[in-house]
Write a new protein. Structure first.
Lengths: 151, 842
């Protein structure tokens, strides 16, 4: 995927030029492109007058940032203790059968990305799956793919 | 038992100890030889407390404490080896080994690894974690997870224990930002940001401080196990800082060099030139036998033949035309024994003062006791830099000239709050941390210094009684005029003047541009004026830093003509006589040779054809000689035209010493035997002297007291008087208008470092640094070829665009034999100027 650096620069330029806002700027970029394109590290570092290593540290430290392109729809499967016991792995297997990708991967048509997350604080309804920002509880594994398509 | 002094009493393992407030428990324990293991602690880094291996039990504390980050407190009772501590330590190790590959058999750190040693000591032989270890995979087809993160550094993340020493040192000590920690938790990795490399001049230190085998050097990897090597104490031969080294060798091969910490000088850091410079003696193409010119070629000969020929020729010249018809040049990279023997041979055997070591200087001084020598003889200590409140750097790109002085300056500024002012014709890396870096118009430093003096006088900031009188001797003599000439705002000059007077301790450091300039005297005078007005002589130190490993030694051992009365006296004292001729400095030798007044030259370890300004003149001079003898370690442009070539041993092949820029003599030991039939310079010289039936020594022990006398510090107080300083604009040929600076490349100090593979990996060819602005004007990009032409020579160089260069200058690098930039320089010009033409099609 080729992303025009001018577009990234535009997002950056619209953000405050303040070192404290590093995370926010990265979030803005991710909002726009669903991930942090490679060039954004250099551009942000220049904009904030911060070493690239610092920007890159922040971008890799937080799980919510992705440095590889992600699909339009983000599917998060919880693998916290409760969900793990209640069969999160089965959901993952089903999704693989249904849309052909494993956690960390994105479909070729750039529609879906699956990610594994830690406890999302809804153990009572384990196993939990989140599609974009919609939570699904007590997911039956054979319905996982359907839920995804619906969500 | 409490105390009112600044000392704190505590008990460690039943022993009473009293240490200054602010000491850590770790340091207190070590002060009474109780050892506590550490990983992330480093004597020169701020504590990080990230590895937890240094746990101790402190009575009344609820948990185990990390001793490296806990300060002592009155009446503390500490246990460093209690059951609880041992358990804690063992647990820490168990966690560290959780994902560790335990690949000691193929790990280069094996045998000197802190993790291996501690595991051994604490017997962690089993793990309760029985899941599959996490592995940072670099290449699925390889067993080794090696990733090259710098030109000479390989990282294996699996072995990393995340002590962050590398990242911390890189940032806090070296000021580099090219290494960071990414991701988090189990999968944290130490790496460069994408697309970057760790290739600062200090990169090798990161490997040295890594406690495990996560960082390894390309030179040492998979070559030898550490327990099969022996260590030898050595000293670096590449610059005047004089870092202490340990060489690791087996038989005739050296495998690596590491720092041998000396807190007065290097504090345990060395630059990569020193670290990989040992590869030069290991070069494949060392000269191994003497060569004698027969017809058009040089053919191998025995020492007897070569020495016989030399003695015969030298004797003939001496008898027929006088010893003064022979000139001698020796490199200041050579050891003290050799420098001294060389001077002794010329002065005692040939009865001539034609000796010199200053191959890199323009227009050498022709009289003794000049201002420059007075300044250079002032005492200067690297460790005192950090006592300064203000550091003034003049005419020096410290990183490229004195990497370790540079680190001390950084330390003073970043850790001790000193302010730094850098006055340079280009932007420098050191200047990046300066309060103000004044980039003046090239060649106008003395005008700028005049401005500073005037500012002190006009603002009434000086206690110097002859201030008014001094002011009349200055030209320019108004601050406005000085500002106009130098291009530095009046306000900035004034605020520097103020800053200088407000502090208690100053280090003034001047570098190579001053030393090699033909304006040396004027610049020295301007510095003296400033020191008198600002009282710097009384409240700090002035260092005009010498360049090569033994330049200071050469100066003190009087390996030059035109000596001061004091030096002559010393020589008479040790040898009872002194030749009654003036002697020729290198400049004059070359000119005399062109005029056919000099018949012969004896050159040791210096590639004059590449080093001395105005290559064409050097060539003419050397070719006109009847008889040229050159001793060197490998073939050079200069050995190629010699009548006799002698194979020279390098400093790792014999015992001797260097005198560093602080005038400290440092001894080093032979690591290997002389390569081939090569010999140390002092032995070669003595063998030639034996041909004259006047050997210079029976055993080298005889030379030691002589050297000692000459190296003794001058206790006679130097008194300084103010000087008239006049800035005269140099006439220029309008056709050549772009000023050219020539300096060391970051990884190449001296014309042989090209022979070190590692150093060539950092940079293998000469280039021309130009500003982004100029690049745009010429429409060139990195790598485009430019023809650089001066009044006396021309050369093609690839371009590198650099933010350190300002619009109106370009910079080229010496020491690359394929691109001898000295042919562009003019001996009598202060500023070399060139014109640039883009070579089409690049
Ligand atoms: S690479 Fe070495 S020095 Fe750096 S964090 Fe890892 S173990 Fe420490
Ligand atoms: S070149 Fe200079 S700074 Fe580098 S290791 Fe050698 S003496 Fe030290
Ligand atoms: S474990 Fe999945 S929500 Fe808590
Ligand atoms: S040495 Fe103390 S925490 Fe690492």
């Amino acid at each position: 995927m080729i992303i025009d650096s001018n577009k990234i620069q535009k997002v950056i330029d619209d953000s405050p030029q303040d070192k404290k806002q590093l995370i926010m700027i990265l979030q803005n970029i991710q909002l726009e492109f669903h991930y942090l394109p490679k060039e954004s590290i250099g551009l942000v570092s220049e904009y904030l007058g911060m070493p690239q290593s610092t920007v890159y540290s922040a971008a890799t430290f937080y799980k919510s940032f992705s440095l590889v392109p992600r699909g339009e729809n983000i599917i998060k499967v919880c693998k916290g203790t409760a969900c793990h016991i209640k069969g999160a792995d089965l959901i993952i297997d089903q999704l693989y059968a249904g849309i052909g990708i494993k956690p960390g991967q994105t479909t070729k048509d750039m529609k879906y990305t699956i990610e594994v997350v830690n406890c999302v604080g809804a153990c009572a309804m384990a196993p939990v799956m989140i599609v974009n920002d919609k939570y699904f509880g007590e997911v039956k594994c054979n319905r996982a793919t359907k839920l995804v398509k619906k969500g | 038992m409490s105390d009112d002094s600044n000392n704190i009493n505590l008990t460690i393992d039943g022993q009473q100890v009293s240490v200054p407030r602010g000491t850590t428990v770790l340091e207190a324990a070590r002060s009474i030889r109780i050892d506590i293991p550490t990983f992330c602690w480093h004597p020169k880094l701020k504590p990080a407390g990230s590895c937890r291996i240094c746990y101790v039990e402190i009575e009344k504390a609820r948990t185990l404490m990390v001793s490296c980050a806990t300060d002592v407190a009155p009446d503390m009772v500490v246990h460093t080896a209690s059951e609880k501590v041992l358990q804690g330590r063992k647990a820490v190790l168990e966690f560290m080994l959780m994902n560790h590959p335990l690949d000691c058999p193929t790990c280069d750190k094996g045998g000197e690894c802190d993790l291996q040693n501690l595991t051994f000591k604490h017997g962690v032989d089993d793990s309760r974690f029985d899941f599959k270890k996490y592995r940072h995979i670099r290449d699925k087809n390889s067993t080794f997870d090696d990733l090259r993160i710098g030109s000479e550094i390989i990282r294996n993340q699996n072995r990393c224990i995340l002590c962050y020493k590398c990242v911390r040192a890189n940032k806090d000590i070296f000021g580099e930002q090219d290494l960071g920690a990414y991701q988090r938790g189990n999968i944290t990795e130490i790496n460069t940001p994408p697309g970057e490399q760790v290739d600062s001049l200090y990169s090798g230190n990161l490997v040295e401080i890594c406690p495990v085998g996560a960082l390894t050097n390309t030179d040492w990897r998979y070559k030898i196990r550490v327990w099969n090597t022996q260590t030898v104490d050595s000293v670096c031969s590449y610059c005047a800082d004089g870092c202490n080294l340990t060489l690791w060798k087996d038989k005739q091969k050296i495998y690596r060099a590491t720092s041998r910490r000396n807190d007065n000088i290097d504090e345990g850091w060395i630059c990569d030139v020193g670290r990989y410079g040992y590869q030069v003696p290991m070069a494949e193409d060392r000269l191994t036998t003497p060569l004698i010119k027969k017809g058009d070629s040089q053919v191998p000969a025995t020492w007897e033949e070569a020495l016989g020929l030399i003695s015969e020729k030298f004797k003939k010249i001496k008898d027929e035309r006088g010893g003064v018809c022979i000139g001698g040049l020796i490199s200041p990279n050579l050891d003290s024994l050799s420098l001294h023997t060389f001077s002794k041979f010329f002065r005692m055997v040939l009865n001539s003062n034609n000796v010199d070591f200053r191959a890199g200087y323009k227009m050498l001084p022709e009289k003794a006791d000049d201002l420059y020598s007075k300044l250079t003889s002032l005492p200067f200590k690297i460790s005192d830099i950090e006592k300064s409140d203000l550091i003034l750097v003049l005419d020096s790109d410290l990183t490229k000239e004195h990497p370790i002085v540079n680190l001390r300056v950084r330390k003073a500024v970043t850790q001790k709050n000193a302010s730094l002012f850098a006055l340079n014709p280009i932007t420098t890396q050191t200047g990046g941390i300066a309060t103000d870096e004044m980039v003046y118009n090239i060649g106008t430093l003395h005008a700028l210094l005049n401005g500073l003096c005037i500012s002190l006088i006009d603002q009434n900031l000086t206690q110097y009684e002859n201030a008014r009188d001094l002011k009349n001797k200055l030209s320019p003599n108004t601050i406005e005029e000085a500002s106009r000439i130098s291009g530095i705002d009046v306000a900035r000059i004034n605020s520097l003047a103020k800053a200088i007077t407000e502090v208690k301790n100053i280090s003034l450091i001047a570098g190579e541009l001053l030393t090699s300039s033909i304006n040396r005297e004027q610049l020295s005078g301007a510095i003296i004026n400033l020191c008198l007005l600002a009282g710097i002589f009384d409240k700090g130190q002035v260092g005009v830093l010498s360049q090569a490993a033994n330049s200071k030694g050469a100066e003190k051992l009087a390996v030059m003509p035109h000596l001061s009365e004091r030096s002559i006296l010393k020589i008479k004292q040790i040898w009872d006589k002194y030749p009654d001729n003036d002697g020729l400095a290198l400049d004059q030798m070359i000119r005399s040779s062109i005029k056919e007044e000099l018949d012969s030259m004896f050159i040791i370890g210096s590639n004059l054809m590449l080093e001395y300004p105005d290559g064409a003149v050097v060539k003419e001079g050397l070719e006109k000689l009847d008889f040229l003898v050159v001793a060197d370690i490998c073939e050079t442009e200069t050995t190629q035209i010699a009548d006799v070539v002698l194979p020279l041993s390098t400093w790792v092949e014999y015992d001797s010493s260097f005198v560093n820029l602080e005038s400290v003599e440092q001894k080093f030991k032979a690591a290997i035997k002389p390569v081939g039939f090569s010999l140390p310079a002092y032995q070669i010289i003595n063998k030639i002297a034996q041909g004259f039936k006047t050997p210079l020594f029976e055993t080298i022990d005889e030379l030691i007291p002589e050297i000692k006398t000459l190296l003794q510090p001058d206790d006679s107080q130097n008194s300084f008087e103010n000087c008239a300083i006049e800035y005269i604009e140099e006439k220029q040929n309008p056709e050549f208008e772009i000023p050219l600076l020539i300096t060391n490349e970051l990884h190449h100090f001296g014309y042989f470092t090209e022979k070190s593979n590692s150093l060539s990996n950092f940079c293998s060819e000469a280039f021309l640094e130009i500003s982004p602005g100029l690049a745009e004007k010429l429409d060139v990009k990195n790598g485009s070829i430019i023809r650089v032409e001066s009044e006396v020579g021309k050369i093609n160089l690839p371009v590198k665009i650099s933010e350190y260069i300002d619009n109106d200058v370009v910079r080229a690098y010496r020491n690359f034999s394929a691109s001898p930039v000295n042919i562009l320089q003019m001996r009598k010009r202060n500023i070399d100027r060139v014109k640039l033409t883009v070579v089409e099609g690049t």
